[in-house]
Write a protein of this length. Structure first.
Length: 500
């Protein structure tokens, strides 16, 4: 038997189906709940005698909770152990689903959505931390295809969410949209308890390996989650700052200018506290040194700002500006979902990061350019093309930026780093919603769509520049080959010694 064969065999056992099943099940809960509620808002408003402005809080409340909870849950995963946080998140989802299904009053329904946002936010950052630990255990990096499955699970579940929500609401009533989280969470919980490795076990296995002593320090696996403060004050200040900022972004058509002062004050206090804390929740010094990670967050937020503008604004224009029914508008949007899924798989098979991100930015600019040509008489083929052009960057940006975060984040902070990536995405979503309201006003028109397209074109070109100028995204040259080992010489002669 060859000793060098052990490593590949161990690596082959890594990232197996039993490990991935609970991670994928947990990762679909947040995106599917983000979109599944859309087709139930009318029925909820009717039953509780509230208006559209009130039901909009069911969407905004979950976005707000998720934007704050994703990095917070990532921090907990880094400190307490990802499996513990993953399981606790599923239990929270289970409770939120029951609360929503049984809620006797509308305010409790909003509370259910907030709790749902917190619970579902645990899965993605904890999954990223678990994958990093598994990579260290088997002694190789996490394959891009594995990371791509997480992206595909999120994209696919978000795409089927409205259809699933409509089916549940039509057959069992809108409460089923909340109740469906119970069996989903139970299935994921059963898989997690049965198959996810206990926190710290990987380190023990690695230590038992006699070759572990020769492993480079970079791949060393800790035997237990690091001790240290969770920085609850830092988390609270971050949540307060982000919440006030998001309340300002929620309605750009009627800006709440007085909110800027408390937002700035909270941000200043947050920065002061994080700079003096020995183990801060938001490590500003690390981010200042890690410009590559900051640029990844910026790219991700800008890309999803454009993507969400189209996801919500384009479908609304198809109905009000072009005259399609909601059903037909949904069919026209299908190429976007299909292209996103296909490109997510393609991005997962790509070794580099720069190429897919460049293609994503180019497609955002091209799709926005096509939208400038659309009007009430545009043929169906061009409408389908516009949707597909925006589906391509949705898949490539998700997998590309996810791989960038995984490569750029510190090993002991991958959970929090992944959570901040999702926060950037949610900030883009909320800004897009406000931008649509600002440019459309009371009705989606051709002029409003063209203004959205101009903004998308400008942001797409900006993303192209940011991606091309980022040297950290360029592939690294291969390491120089080591000189061959020559035969050992005997006596005092050296390899280069010449006998006369």
């Amino acid at each position: 038997m060859r000793a060098e064969g052990a490593a590949p065999e161990d690596g082959a056992r890594g990232f197996r189906a039993r490990l991935m099943a609970p991670l994928l099940l947990g990762s679909v809960l947040n995106p599917i709940n983000s979109t599944m509620i859309a087709t139930s808002l009318v029925a909820i408003a009717r039953d509780f005698h509230v208006g559209a402005a009130d039901t909009a809080w069911l969407i905004s409340a979950m976005y707000l909770a998720s934007a704050v909870a994703q990095p917070a849950m990532g921090r907990l995963a880094d400190r307490l152990g990802p499996r513990r946080v993953f399981v606790a998140g599923l239990v929270t989802v289970l409770a939120a689903g029951l609360l929503g299904a049984l809620a006797p009053a509308f305010p409790l329904l909003i509370v259910s959505r907030v709790v749902l946002g917190v619970g579902t936010s645990a899965a993605y950052p904890a999954a990223m931390a678990i994958l990093r630990t598994e990579a260290e255990r088997v002694g190789r990096g996490t394959p891009r295809a594995v990371l791509g499955r997480l992206s595909l699970a999120a994209l696919g579940s978000a795409a089927v969410g409205p259809a699933l929500g409509g089916l549940l609401a039509a057959t069992a009533g809108w409460r089923a949209v909340f109740a469906v989280n119970v069996p989903l969470a139970l299935a994921a919980l059963a898989c997690a308890l049965a198959w996810l490795p206990a926190d710290g076990r990987a380190g023990a296995e690695r230590t038992a390996d006699p070759k572990a002593a020769h492993a480079p320090p970079r791949t060393a696996v800790r035997t237990a989650p690091p001790a240290g403060s969770l920085d609850p004050l830092g988390i609270a200040l971050f949540a307060a700052t982000l919440t006030v900022a998001m309340f300002f972004l929620l309605d750009l058509a009627h800006p709440r200018w007085p909110l800027l002062a408390p937002a700035a004050a909270l941000a200043a206090v947050l920065a002061w506290w994080q700079l003096r804390h020995p183990e801060p929740f938001l490590d500003l010094r690390m981010l200042a040194r890690n410009g590559a990670l900051l640029r990844t967050y910026l790219r991700h937020g800008l890309a999803y700002l454009v993507i969400y503008c189209v996801l919500y604004g384009y479908s609304q224009w198809l109905e009000q500006g072009h005259g399609y029914s909601a059903f037909h508008a949904g069919l026209i949007m299908l190429p976007m979902s299909g292209a996103a899924a296909v490109c997510s798989l393609a991005g997962a098979r790509t070794k580099g990061i720069r190429a897919p991100l460049t293609a994503a930015a180019a497609c955002l600019a091209a799709g926005s350019g096509v939208c400038l040509l659309l009007d009430g008489g545009t043929p169906l083929a061009l409408l389908l093309l516009a949707g597909a052009l925006f589906g391509i960057p949705q898949g490539l940006a998700a997998t590309g930026n996810q791989a960038a975060v995984y490569a750029q984040a510190p090993a002991d902070g991958i959970g929090a780093a992944a959570g901040f990536q999702r926060t950037a995405q949610y900030l883009g979503a909320i800004t897009a919603s406000s931008l649509i309201g600002l440019l459309y006003g009371q009705r989606a028109t051709d002029a409003g769509l063209h203004e959205i397209a101009v903004a998308g074109l400008a942001l797409g070109l900006l993303l192209l520049v940011l991606t091309a100028a980022d040297r950290t995204l360029r592939p690294r040259p291969p390491a120089p080959a080591q000189p061959p080992v020559t035969a050992r010489h005997t006596g005092n002669a050296s390899p280069t010694h010449t006998h006369h």
